[in-house]
Design a protein around this ligand. Structure first.
Ligand code: GLP
Length: 233
């Protein structure tokens, strides 16, 4: 893993956007995108740049189950707000939170992933080491699946909803195997509340108890951290 320490999220945004620019220059066609606060400064830098994705494809990591893409807290809405409305792709895929049939949605999304192999996948990091919505204990062999969110994730995400009860309890997520299939992976984490997860991801044993630790087995990972997130390394 290549670890890049940055002063703050603004600098992290520039460094991350440069990774996108380099990948684009190398002919990348498919970009795996993520939501959460961590990638926002990268998206802001990209959307303010002259990078062009109009003939590229994006595929997102995950989506809440049970809310529509027009819901303000859906990940489709987030992506429209922070990226697609400013810098459109030729096509942008996000799991369909309104598909009530988990198996059908997983199969549909896996077919999309198979057809569109990712050149780059950006990831945030959950406080418990989750990536996408792959909570601790998820099989490293997992493909797209329906997830029951843990209490810790529901609490962490409650700040975006009026109250905790409104946070969806389930989601659709690319699996760990799907994430590992990307040619290159860019992880972004900021703040002291990520320091334990960062340490476990980089220095801990590779274990399904810490989903992000699987990244130690990937040949091409860049990690962007601020000082607080890197403080336990
Ligand atoms: C959510 C998302 C993850 C994201 C994580 C961290 O649970 N499903 O993909 O990485 O939150 O979010 P943040 O970057 O806001 O800390």
């Amino acid at each position: 893993m290549k670890i890049i320490r940055v002063k703050d999220q603004i600098e992290g945004g520039k460094v991350g956007a440069q990774v996108f620019a380099d990948t684009l220059a190398n002919g990348a066609q498919v970009f795996g995108l993520a939501t959460g606060s961590s990638p926002i400064s990268i998206y802001d830098t990209i959307t303010a740049s002259d990078m062009d994705f109009s003939d590229k494809i994006s595929v997102n990591l995950d989506e809440y189950k049970g809310i529509a893409g027009t819901h303000e807290q859906s990940y489709r809405y987030f992506m429209n707000e922070h990226f697609f409305s400013k810098k459109p792709f030729k096509e942008s895929f996000v799991p369909d939170g309104l598909n009530p049939d988990g198996e059908a949605e997983a199969a549909r999304y896996d077919a999309i992933l198979e057809k569109n192999p990712r050149d780059l996948q950006i990831l945030g990091l959950g406080r418990n080491g989750h990536i996408g919505f792959n909570e601790p204990g998820t099989s490293f062999e997992s493909t797209t699946h329906e997830v029951d969110l843990t209490e810790s994730t529901i609490e962490a995400n409650a700040r975006f909803f009026t109250n905790k009860e409104e946070v969806p309890k389930q989601a659709y997520s690319m699996g760990i195997k799907s994430i590992m299939e990307a040619k290159q992976i860019l992880v972004v984490a900021y703040g002291a509340n990520k320091a334990d997860a960062v340490k476990a991801m980089i220095d801990g044993p590779v274990s399904e108890d810490v989903p992000a630790s699987v990244l130690q087995k990937h040949a091409n990972v860049i990690v962007i951290l601020d000082e607080a997130a890197a403080s336990k390394l």
